[in-house]
Design a protein around this ligand. Structure first.
Ligand code: ADP
Ligand code: ADP
Length: 223
């Protein structure tokens, strides 16, 4: 569903962040992208999301070149402080994006409450972002992305701000929703353990030119 070919990116200041990246994602897969800080993970994610135009190569989503942020896409960024609208309740933050799905108001609110419940935030639905801890704001951002039911969910180190137990719960949540409605997930992490636990595949980005390589499938067979 996603095909990246010979992707490269050089920033305006001449800094070369990515060279010769080839990567494909199948529908319904959960792929983890790992690599050291500064190797270009966020740059790659922004190029896939249409937030940044790569200086070389192509990104095809369902065969179409990505030139702006595609409709079926949701992104969860590492920085939760800028992801929620401060003037909307947590529930309305989640419900708002569902307008693009053409849902009526009551249906949007119901879907928002369901998604908030899935991330353990049912009790915070009527609060405002500034009344929540950082980890709770990040969970709200994750609930919003999941409620949208994107074809492709991009997550850039999404669990950095949550405690260990919540992180495990959210990892299990991702495993349970992956593949639902054909959802494909690309998760950037620097945590190898996490990538092996949640990933159908782990892709390693080392920062050297053309260095993307795909590891063996790591998922154990279902019992
Ligand atoms: P990662 O997410 O793996 O930590 P990034 O994609 O954020 O890596 O960055 C890759 C490289 O590109 C780093 O060396 C970073 O300093 C540089 N970089 C990132 N954004 C910019 C920018 N806007 N302008 C110039 N260089 C940048
Ligand atoms: P992360 O560790 O999450 O990848 P960074 O700390 O590398 O993020 O970068 C934070 C922000 O600063 C990003 O938006 C990135 O694009 C920008 N940035 C990083 N390196 C540079 C750089 N050398 N020049 C300009 N902007 C940069």
């Amino acid at each position: 569903m996603l095909e990246i070919k010979a992707l490269g990116h050089t920033y305006a200041d001449g800094h070369r962040a990515l060279t010769g990246i080839d990567l494909g994602l199948e529908r319904g897969e959960l792929v983890c992208l790992v690599g050291p800080s500064g190797c270009g993970k966020s740059t790659l994610l922004r190029c896939i999301a249409g937030l940044q135009r790569p200086t070389e190569g192509t990104v095809l989503l369902e065969g179409q070149a990505v030139e702006r942020v595609p409709d079926g896409l949701a992104v969860v960024f590492q920085d939760y402080t800028r992801s929620l609208f401060p003037w909307l309740s947590v529930r309305d933050n989640v419900a708002l994006v569902l307008r693009r799905r053409g849902l009526a108001r009551a249906a949007r609110r119901a879907a928002a409450e369901e998604a908030l419940e899935a991330v353990g935030l049912a009790a915070a639905a009527r609060k405002y972002p500034w009344q929540l801890s950082g980890g709770m704001q990040q969970r709200a951002a994750i609930a919003r992305a999941l409620a949208y039911r994107p074809q492709l969910l991009l997550m850039d180190e999404p669990f950095g701000s949550v405690d260990a137990q919540t992180r495990e719960d959210l990892e299990d949540l991702l495993l349970s929703v992956r593949g639902d409605h054909g959802m494909t997930i690309l998760l950037v992490t620097h945590d190898i353990d996490e990538s092996v636990y949640v990933g159908d595949r782990v892709v390693v980005l080392t920062g050297a030119p053309g260095s993307v390589h795909t590891d063996l499938p790591v998922r154990l067979p279902s019992p």
